[in-house]
Design a binder for this molecule. Sequence first.
Ligand SMILES: CCCCCCCCC/C=C/C(=O)SCCNC(=O)CCNC(=O)[C@H](O)C(C)(C)COP(=O)(O)OP(=O)(O)OC[C@H]1O[C@@H](n2cnc3c(N)ncnc32)[C@H](O)[C@@H]1OP(=O)(O)O
Length: 290
Amino acid sequence: MLLSGSGKPQFGEGNREVGEAPLGRPVWAAVGGSLMSLCLPFTGVATMKFKSPPVNSLSLEFLTEFSISLEKLENNRACRGVIITSTLPKIFSSGLDITEMCGKSMEHYTEFWRAVQEMWLRLYGSNMVTVAAVNGSSPAGGCLVAMSCDYRIMAENPKFSIGLNEAQLGIVAPFWFKDTFVNVVGHRIAERSLQLGSLHPAPEAHKLGLVDELVPEEKLMERAAAVMAQWLALPDHARQLTKTMMRKAVLDRLVAHREEDIKNFVTFVSKESIQKSLRMYMEMLKKRKS
Ligand SMILES: CCCCCCCCC/C=C/C(=O)SCCNC(=O)CCNC(=O)[C@H](O)C(C)(C)COP(=O)(O)OP(=O)(O)OC[C@H]1O[C@@H](n2cnc3c(N)ncnc32)[C@H](O)[C@@H]1OP(=O)(O)O
């Protein structure tokens, strides 16, 4: 992941790389990380770029850095918004790292699932304006990241797809993935899409309301910055209280059932039948490649 931000509220500047200094003035405050570089901006707008090849899988390490980055931005009063995107061509995020759910100990599953929960609680509950610039495919956990943002813009490439495809892996999207999905697309579309484990090509995702708009890939960041400017034009307190009002019930539900949810996950994923499904799915991915 890579995080960047810049000088004054000039929204086109949000994705400049670390260390770049226009007019000879340093505009970045950089904080390094193994999977990301984190730059705390003065504009009020950060750009977070996933950069974990080959497919930006959400591993334990990735999730931990993601949560820490969000916390840093959240605690920086100068930061009012974040645009989330990927540096990898064609992939926003491939979702949860399946290898974290295969052949590991109960302790590992517990730690992993707590990290998934933590990331979602921070992102869905963020006070910042969050815009997902979805520049590639975004299955399952990747879709959750995008859906947890306030607004989604996707590159209009029909080869890119997004959705909660858990059922295709023989696993079940947890209730808070489902709640987030329902809040974005409504109950009927969520019910059908979840049961079928559908991955929707970008144009279909737009039609269903899973993404808010499609733009040519080269216009994605420019459009994300424009949307961000529009959302930031409102007073923060009014927008934040409204966001809390809309999302609190769903967030509270996980907070109230967090330990139970971890127990359910660990029990579920430890089952030999589930382990077998996940191994077969990984095999299928490898075969598809060769
Ligand atoms: C009761 C309630 C209880 C709760 C029950 C439990 C709930 C769990 C909820 C789960 C949520 C999830 O996110 S589950 C994850 C769902 N994700 C997916 O289904 C995505 C699967 N991946 C893909 O479709 C594709 O890889 C895609 C992302 C489009 C990129 O395609 P490409 O052709 O560019 O790349 P590939 O060749 O396929 O992949 C490159 C390499 O990355 C690996 N790879 C790809 N996706 C991966 C992934 N998610 N995790 C690990 N590794 C992955 C491949 O195996 C390859 O490895 P090598 O061959 O070694 O190079």
